[in-house]
Design a protein around this ligand. Structure first.
Ligand SMILES: [Cu+2]
Length: 352
C-alpha cells in the first residue's frame, strides 16, 4: 500500500471515530433542556469543544493504533527500521495548528462571555442572598422578599448575588450560567428565562455540612402570574398573627436551613416539640426550653450547647440581624415587633 492509501485510511478512520466520540460526549455530558437565552451560545460552545476534543483524540489514537497494527514487525523481518531525523514541515504544522486552535477557542470563549454578560435594556434586578444553608431573594423595586425565585418569562434579569458567610455558587442547570457568591462583594449574573416551568436552584460550591440541602425553587411564569406573585407577596408583617410572622421569620432568617419543624434530623435540633422540652447540654446539665433559654440560644448560641451538636455552628450574628430587621419593619410599617417572641409563638405551634 502506498503512502497515499495509508493517509486515506487514517483520515477515514479518524472521521468515523471522531463522529462516534462526539455523540458519546454529547450523551455522556448531557444537561437538561435549555431554558434561558444565555443557554444557546453556551451549548454551541460546549458542542464545538466536544467536536474539537473528539477530532483530536480520534486522530492521535487512530494514528497510534494504525501504526502499531499496520507497521508491526513481521516474524521473518530482522532489518532495522529507517532512521528518521525529524521533519521540519510536520513540526511547524503541529506547533502552529494547535496554537491557532487554542487561541481561536480563547477568542470564541471571550466573545460568548461578553455576549451572555452584556447589559440589556429593561433589566429587572433581583437580589440573591446565600447563607449556610438557604437562599433568599429580594425584589428591590417592589420591596418584596421571597424564598422562591419567581421570574417572568422573556424578561432580562440582573441578579445581584451576596453571601452572608462563605463561598456559595448560584446554579440552575437549565439556565446554564453559574456564578460564585463571594463574601464581602456583590457578584452579578444575567439571565433571560425563555421557558415557562419549575426549576431548582442548587448551591454548586461545597459550603459545609448542609451544602447538599441548599436548594430553592425557581419558577418561570407568565407576566400576569408574576404580577399576581408580587401582589400575593406584598404582605405587611404587622398584619400577620405572631405565629404567621414566626413562620415567615423562620424561612426569611434562614433558620429553616438547619432546623426542621417535622422532627427530621437536621444540622441543628428539630423544632418539633421544642417548646418546654428538656434538653441535655454538652456540660451535662439539662434545661427546659422556655422563652428565656430560646432567646439566649439565638443571641448567644455558644453559651449553652445542646448535646450532640458540638462544635456549634449556629451563626453568631443573629442578634444584629434581628435588630436590623426589626428596625427595617419599624421604618416601613411603623410597627414595633419582637421577632424572637414571634419565633417562639411559631415554635409553640410545633408540638409533634
Ligand atoms: Cu452553599
Amino acid at each position: 500500500m502506498g503512502k497515499f492509501k495509508h493517509a486515506i485510511a487514517v483520515a477515514v478512520l479518524t472521521l468515523v471515530t471522531a463522529a462516534g466520540l462526539y455523540f458519546l460526549f454529547d450523551w455522556m455530558f448531557a444537561l437538561p433542556d435549555p431554558a434561558s437565552a444565555q443557554a444557546g451560545p453556551i451549548d454551541t460552545m460546549f458542542q464545538s469543544h466536544f467536536a474539537m476534543m473528539a477530532i483530536l483524540f480520534a486522530f492521535i489514537m487512530v494514528m497510534m493504533l494504525y501504526s502499531v497494527a499496520v507497521f508491526r514487525r513481521r516474524p521473518d523481518d530482522t532489518e532495522d527500521g529507517p532512521h528518521v531525523h525529524g521533519h521540519t514541515g510536520l513540526e511547524i504544522a503541529w506547533t502552529v495548528i494547535p496554537t491557532l486552535v487554542v487561541i481561536g477557542f480563547g477568542v470564541y470563549g471571550t466573545v460568548v462571555l461578553g455576549e451572555i454578560t452584556r447589559e440589556q435594556d429593561n433589566e429587572m434586578t433581583v437580589s440573591v442572598v446565600g447563607a449556610q444553608w438557604s437562599w433568599s431573594f429580594e425584589y428591590p423595586a417592589e420591596d418584596i422578599r421571597s424564598n422562591r425565585l419567581v421570574l417572568p418569562v422573556n424578561q432580562p434579569v440582573l441578579l445581584e448575588l451576596e453571601s452572608r458567610d462563605v463561598l456559595h455558587s448560584f446554579w440552575v442547570p437549565e439556565f446554564r450560567v453559574k456564578q460564585d457568591l463571594v463574601p464581602g462583594t456583590v457578584k452579578t449574573l444575567r439571565i433571560t428565562p425563555t421557558q415557562l416551568g419549575s426549576y431548582r436552584l442548587a448551591c454548586a460550591e461545597i459550603c459545609g455540612e448542609g451544602h447538599a440541602g441548599m436548594l430553592a425553587d425557581v419558577e418561570v411564569v407568565s407576566q400576569a402570574d408574576f404580577e399576581q406573585f408580587l401582589v400575593d407577596s406584598a404582605f405587611r408583617y404587622s398584619d400577620l398573627t405572631p405565629e404567621e410572622r414566626g413562620q415567615q421569620f423562620y424561612t426569611e432568617l434562614g433558620c429553616a436551613g438547619c432546623h426542621t419543624v417535622d422532627g427530621a434530623s437536621g444540622v441543628g435540633p428539630s423544632w418539633n416539640g421544642i417548646y418546654l422540652r428538656e434538653e441535655q447540654l454538652t456540660d451535662g446539665t439539662t434545661v427546659v426550653v422556655d422563652d428565656d433559654y430560646i432567646r439566649h440560644s439565638i443571641i448567644a448560641p455558644n453559651d449553652q450547647i445542646v448535646a450532640g451538636f458540638n462544635p456549634n455552628i449556629m451563626p453568631q450574628d443573629y442578634e444584629e440581624r434581628i435588630n436590623n430587621l426589626e428596625a427595617e419593619i419599624l421604618d416601613s410599617e411603623g410597627a414595633e415587633l419582637d421577632i424572637i417572641a414571634d419565633l417562639i409563638a411559631f415554635m409553640q405551634t410545633l408540638d409533634q
